[in-house]
Design a binder for this molecule. Sequence first.
Ligand SMILES: NC(=O)c1ccc[n+]([C@@H]2O[C@H](COP(=O)([O-])OP(=O)(O)OC[C@H]3O[C@@H](n4cnc5c(N)ncnc54)[C@H](O)[C@@H]3O)[C@@H](O)[C@H]2O)c1
Length: 262
Amino acid sequence: MSFSGRIAVVTGGASGIGAACCRLLAARGARVVVADLDTARAQALAAELLGMALTLDVASRDANEAAAAQVEADLGPVDLLVTSAGIIQRPVRAEAMTEAEVEQVVHVDQIGTWNSAVAFGTRMARRGHGAVVTIASIAGMRSMPLHAYSPAKAAVIEMTRCLAAEWGRSGVRVNAVSPGYTLTPALGAAIAAGERDPSLLENSSALGRMVTPEDIAEAVAFLASDAARSITGVNLPVDAGWLVAPSWGAYGGLPPARGNAP
Ligand SMILES: NC(=O)c1ccc[n+]([C@@H]2O[C@H](COP(=O)([O-])OP(=O)(O)OC[C@H]3O[C@@H](n4cnc5c(N)ncnc54)[C@H](O)[C@@H]3O)[C@@H](O)[C@H]2O)c1
């Protein structure tokens, strides 16, 4: 699965899942653009990967349009876009969330993903080829006490389907990856703040562990590659089996490991 000669833009590329995507795509030959609000970290990773750093606030439509134009002018046409820029929220009762908190999450996670996809994807569609991989979440597939984040991620999954249909005849594939609990700086900070319990997160999945950013990057690389040339409009959970496990609670929970059974 080589990306030699391809130009890949990763929003939120300076940290966590986005950084793992940058590293894997670069290792497989892509020229990577690390696009992030955090200029210093984007520059550090871009220098390490011999790529390009771009300061980008995905919440601004104009900034995304300017970024797409700048990358094209500096490097050439973009082949791949990964939209990993995002923020998480603290779990709170619905009535405890302020309108400003809801707006911030929706603006970055939902509208920001839309802004980047449309700015870069429209250019791909005009050229007749390209691939977009959005980073959604298992939170977009089940209810959680994350009253802004969950609906915003559900919207990312549905916008992925809409854009896949919009650009299919123009040769642009659009797919989503929905990570389960992935140990990144964002999740690490939530754990440190006491907003998430790591043992509960681990035990809630069938495999009994969290996901790594590298696990997500492998799925992203597959969907971005020519090996997935007939796949568009899907949402691929990479969740260590989180989606299949909770319903077993009504039957006493998951069976223990068979490893030491006689
Ligand atoms: N970590 C998890 O368990 C998990 C699970 C499901 C989905 N996700 C999603 O994966 C994506 C990456 O999360 P992560 O855990 O790697 O987080 P992270 O905080 O490690 O990385 C996110 C990056 O996005 C950047 N960013 C934030 N707001 C931005 C903006 N407005 N414009 C541009 N860049 C911005 C940050 O500077 C940071 O570098 C997010 O969309 C998140 O919702 C994460």
